[in-house]
Design a binder for this molecule. Structure first.
Ligand SMILES: [Zn+2]
Length: 151
């Protein structure tokens, strides 16, 4: 690229400035899940970058009317973890992460919960979370055993 073109198009520097707070790691289905969740969070941030810090809490029982995961205003995600395979926990996490991305970056209203089965927001989460989990599996063979519950 010549200097003139470069000047016109600019140089993009991507800075990852947000942080993720993990809670309830004791409820994660396998021991030593921190490295896996950390790596998966970095992967999600590279695919659907968030600006605001988020809290991710792993639960041993369902709370309220959640299914396997829920996202609350205030950048908080809860994921049901006990009795599930790590790969399923991460799929739920990526689903809720994309909801977070929708509110932080795509202008989806933070104040009302999305429970619209078949609606555009929900479909986007379902499609992307399936793609993300497959991409992560392919690019992170070091987690093969742990993703399926082995240690
Ligand atoms: Zn959803």
């Amino acid at each position: 690229m010549d200097k003139k073109t470069l000047e016109k198009s600019g140089v993009f520097v991507y800075l990852y400035v947000m942080k993720v707070c993990l809670k309830g790691m004791k409820n994660f289905p396998v021991e030593g899940g921190e490295e896996l969740v950390k790596s998966f969070s970095e992967f999600l941030q590279s695919q659907s970058p968030l600006t605001n810090d988020i809290t991710i809490e792993f639960l041993d029982t369902r709370q309220g009317d959640m299914t396997t995961g829920v996202r609350y205003p205030g950048n908080k995600i809860q994921v049901l973890s006990a009795g599930r395979l790590p790969i399923d926990v991460l799929r739920t996490l990526s689903h809720e992460w994309i909801h977070e991305f929708q509110t932080q970056k795509l202008g989806v209203d933070d104040s009302k919960p999305i429970q619209d089965i078949g609606g555009p927001e929900e479909n986007m989460c379902n499609v992307l979370s399936g793609i993300f989990i497959k991409q992560f599996e392919q690019t992170h063979p070091e987690f093969d055993d742990i993703l399926y519950g082995g240690n």
